[in-house]
Design a protein around this ligand. Structure first.
Ligand SMILES: [Zn+2]
Ligand SMILES: [Zn+2]
Length: 262
């Protein structure tokens, strides 16, 4: 019996067909690294331009959380260099190993839209919980902080290109959480691509230093999402706001920053 595709599936099918037709690119061992770097740099570049404009545009200064701080050209190049180096030296060999173990055949059908959205939301919530636990541990244990996490706190206040200014262990841990969650949930490859893109955007927004009326934390109701303001305070107050995106873990464990915290 032939099953009729759902309307949600029909919506995504043309996108999925297009990606499948580019199989030589999307299944090459270079794709994950090229995709990750180009997406990350494309999301960072508008914020680099805003940082250049900020001193001359008062409306922009009003949206900057710490308006008197701007990254130097040396800091920007140093952060970009670290991202490129780590992708080349650490990420690429791992994706090459994964590719050599035999690429999984791509399914012919796109996922249904509700399934894609549900899986992306679950992946985000799982990633948020895992990184919260990792982050608390790497702040509470001095050796872990000094050895693995201190490097990320080198740039305070933070800026977009400082998002991936991480130790190799932190980069590996983030990549591990990402990969395990999509595998556990058996996400469709299109869902994986959407989740990775969203995750890169949200992490860049977290470090951008700009609180716009359309920033994600203003779009999610009831203060559920901390976003850029939440993470900016983590970079300046250290002992608060350990979750990267949502606020429930910090709220539950008493580590949510409040105005009287020091
Ligand atoms: Zn931290
Ligand atoms: Zn950070």
């Amino acid at each position: 019996m032939l099953l009729q595709p759902s309307s949600g599936q029909m919506l995504l099918q043309p996108v999925w067909d297009l990606l499948r037709s580019r199989g030589a690119l999307t299944q090459s061992p270079f794709f994950p690294v090229i995709f990750s770097i180009t997406t990350y740099v494309s999301f960072c570049l508008p914020f680099v331009a805003l940082d250049l404009l900020c001193p001359r545009v008062p409306a922009l200064r009003r949206c900057k959380i710490q308006p008197d701080c701007a990254p130097s050209a040396r800091q920007l190049l140093c952060c970009l260099g670290r991202t490129l180096y780590q992708h080349l030296v650490f990420v690429f060999p791992l994706t090459l190993l994964h590719w050599a173990s035999g690429p999984a055949p791509l399914p012919a059908e796109a996922p249904a839209l509700p399934q894609l959205l549900g899986h992306v939301a679950l992946c985000l919530l799982l990633f948020d919980a895992e990184f919260f636990a990792w982050h608390v541990l790497h702040h509470r244990v001095p050796w872990l902080y000094r050895t693995f996490h201190k490097v990320h706190h080198q740039h305070a206040p933070s800026f977009a290109l400082a998002t991936q200014y991480l130790s190799a262990w932190e980069l590996f841990s983030l990549g591990f959480f990402d990969t395990v969650n999509v595998a556990l949930l058996r996400c469709h490859p299109l869902t994986v691509l959407v989740f990775h893109t969203l995750n890169i955007w949200l992490s860049v927004e977290d470090h951008s230093g700009y609180d716009f009326p359309w920033s994600t934390h203003r779009l999610v109701p009831f203060g559920w999402y901390g976003g850029v303001v939440h993470h900016d305070r983590h970079h300046s107050h250290f002992n608060y706001n350990f979750a990267p995106y949502f606020t429930h873990w910090d709220r539950l464990l008493g580590t949510l920053w409040h105005p009287h915290a020091n």
